[in-house]
Ligand binder design. Structure first.
Ligand SMILES: NC(=O)c1ccc[n+]([C@@H]2O[C@H](COP(=O)([O-])OP(=O)(O)OC[C@H]3O[C@@H](n4cnc5c(N)ncnc54)[C@H](OP(=O)(O)O)[C@@H]3O)[C@@H](O)[C@H]2O)c1
Length: 323
């Protein structure tokens, strides 16, 4: 496993990491989560992604329980959480990045994670109803109070990230160092085009999500929704149309020969492709079982095999031009 700097910050994260969305608290209990995290750790993963909203706090509770059990030295791993949606009802508890919500939310997350601090904390979505300046001050204060080490955003626009960075620069506050966007073979525009100026100009790193487009890029949805898959979960019904989209599944079928020529699986090809973008600090993988973690993390060996020629073949198949 290689480790990359999180943007211009000095923090190093494994180029492949593991997150808990959908899985912990819905598909996986603490024992199964422990197997997945231990499998990732054994393969060099040092970054574990989480969020307050995942399974309404249960995901943080499970990760906290696992971290306690595995008892890794705190210096050796990086944990994140994210705030925006909230998990209780009330005008200052949902869909907000206001100061009151953020400074309460971090305390509750730390309790669930059984940690003194998180390494990374994200503003999970932009909040049009709170001035960015108020959010930047709150994130700065969270760090100054020792509750988080670095902060960033998730699914903000380039203009919003730039505004937050410039406000922090102007007031000598802690700056955002990372964005967490979706990035996979079917979802590239934001990372490759809209964000282009953020990397060099203000040193933003990326922790990207859904490298397999929720499993679509493994080829498992080519003949419909398999039992036991994410697409079969009742609350994720809204994803089925995309997961079973014919054009996308046809493209996945065409990627299969490229994967077999490289001696890897489709999942490994798709994950390695995300990591082949040098602006990506880490690709956050997801898994509903330890065997998927093992398969997916072996993508680290595929990254060097993605030459310009291979990348051009992939581009021709998915119908996108390189930025
Ligand atoms: N910031 C945000 O807004 C945001 C949003 C989404 C995710 N994230 C983060 O990104 C992480 C990864 O996202 P994701 O879970 O959507 O990633 P993904 O890689 O696109 O999808 C992971 C899912 O695909 C299936 N899968 C994984 N490996 C497989 C394999 N080798 N063979 C067959 N199926 C496989 C599993 O689901 P089944 O086995 O159940 O089919 C697994 O849970 C999340 O855990 C979270 O930390 C962040």
């Amino acid at each position: 496993m290689n480790y990359r700097r999180l943007g211009r910050s000095g923090l190093k994260v494994s180029e492949l990491s593991l997150g808990s969305w959908v899985t912990y608290g819905n598909q996986l209990d603490a024992n199964a989560a422990r197997e997945c995290m231990a499998a990732a750790w054994d393969r060099g993963v040092n970054f574990f992604d989480n969020a307050e909203a995942y399974a309404l706090g249960k995901s943080e509770e499970i990760m906290g329980e696992v971290l306690k059990k595995l008892a890794w030295p705190r210096l050796k791993y990086v944990v994140s959480t994210k705030f925006y949606w909230g998990i209780t009802d009330g005008p200052n508890e949902k869909n907000t990045l206001n100061r009151k919500f953020l400074l309460n939310a971090i305390d509750a997350s730390l309790k669930r994670l059984q940690l003194d601090y998180v390494d990374l904390v994200y503003c999970h979505r932009p909040d049009p109803n709170t001035p960015i300046e108020e959010t930047v001050w709150a994130m700065h204060d969270m760090i100054e109070r020792g509750k988080a080490l670095y902060w960033g955003t998730s699914e903000w626009s380039a203009a919003e990230v730039m505004a937050a960075w410039q406000l922090a620069e102007r007031h000598h506050l802690r700056k955002p160092v990372v964005e967490q966007p979706e990035y996979n073979l079917f979802h590239r525009e934001k990372v490759e085009k809209e964000f282009a100026r953020l990397y060099e100009d203000i040193g933003i790193g990326l922790t990207t999500w859904s490298p397999l487009a929720s499993g679509l890029l493994t080829g498992k949805y080519r003949n419909g929704v398999p039992a036991g898959s994410r697409g079969a979960l009742p609350r994720l019904k809204f994803m089925v149309a995309d997961l079973t989209d014919k054009a996308k599944n046809d493209a996945v079928a065409k990627l299969a020969p490229v994967a077999s020529e490289l001696g890897c699986t489709l999942a490994q090809l798709a994950i390695a492709w995300c990591a082949s973008n040098p602006n990506v600090s880490t690709v956050i993988t997801g898994a509903s079982r330890a065997s998927q973690v093992e398969e997916n993390l072996a993508a680290a060996d595929v990254i060097p095999k993605l030459t310009r020629e291979v990348l051009a073949r992939i581009d021709a198949i998915v119908g996108a031009q390189p930025a």
